[in-house]
Design a protein around this ligand. Sequence first.
Ligand code: FAD
Length: 388
Amino acid sequence: DAVRPPVVILGTGLAGYNLAREFRKNDDVTPLILITSDDGRAYSKPMLSTGYTKNTTASDLAQSDAGSMAKQLKASVWTMTHVSEIDTANQMIKVGDAQTAIHYGKLVLALGAQVIQPPIGGDGLEKVYSVNDLLDYDDFRTAVQKNDVKKVCIIGGGLIGCEFTNDLLNGGFEVETVDPLGYCLPTLLPESAGKAVQAALEAKGAKFHFGPLVTEVNKADKGVVVTLNNGQTIAADLVVSAVGVRPRIDLAQASGINTNRGVVTNRLLETSAPNVYALGDCAEVDGQVLVYVAPLMAAAKALGKTLAGQPTEVAYPAMPVTIKTPACPVVVAPPAVGVAGDWKIDADGNNVRAEFRDAGGALLGFALTGEATRAKLELQKELPAILG
Ligand code: FAD
């Protein structure tokens, strides 16, 4: 048994570490190696957008360092190590400068998603931050402090952009947010619900620019000037870019593993390469790319068993997402892309109950804001499973 080849997990985000925990519940002996290009601290990524509300530094958010995680998981955790190549035929990975190679028995890609960089010009780009991991978060907070920031311009009025808008308002900053679409959370919510979030954030002092694109960020005497393609400009001390994320598929792609929007897997989380699996933000599981915590937890449970020799398919129940805009709480379960149906909307001020139903009346999705979020459990029960 001592010669059993290791299970190797690439990534120590919520997907990588939760999978390692689930695996250890089922297999206490097979060697386990986790490899990450960051510092391997365990943290809850959703807390990155509540930092000014809860007054938490990066070290407050770090639950354990890589060394304690290694001990807890009876694993070895390699930090600051970039995996550059997978040789799927020989079951080897190459790390760093490719001088070191590791043979794996089973390999798991838990590589997360990367931020989309909007095409923006100008000489002030070093003042544009995106906050997608704990190291980014630390950089951002340090910059806010060092530059005595009073006003932030946020690019993007989607989930992350609206959460940061609310969080920075709670922190006492002035905030202007730009989005080319027409209202808050435009890809997740019907208009009346998005407008309710907008009104609540405006009441707290947010200023929105809906319609234009940001084209340039240039240095100014103090801070930057953000230029929009409608001719307007916004003066700010710092910019946060939050236009969305895309699954990290470059390593899989370069290694000949099938990718589409994400790394393609079946319900066993198997990729197209033998003994290579994927889960979390980088994965496209039976057609579903879901960049949220609940699906990766379900996947970690199933894959933890599969890797231990009990093949287990993942099931996704309905998983409504709670958006952290306390000025106007939001819970949304978006209907699957392309399904036929209509929104039925019941609005009372900022309390919007929107139900997406098909011609036969079956509930296929919902969006709730304000006090209407109380209907979450009742409606969740009525929704079909995402992967039954
Ligand atoms: P990640 O946490 O991104 O981990 C990826 C890992 O891969 C990292 O360890 C990285 O170092 C490593 N890596 C990448 N490339 C390489 C390489 N080549 N070699 C070695 N290692 C590599 N979801 C919710 O459900 N609810 C929320 O309220 C919520 N809020 C959010 C707020 C913010 C600000 C953000 C950014 C996301 C939020 N999400 C939320 C989404 C949720 O956090 C993610 O779905 C989840 O954390 C993804 O985990 P992951 O492990 O798949 O990816």
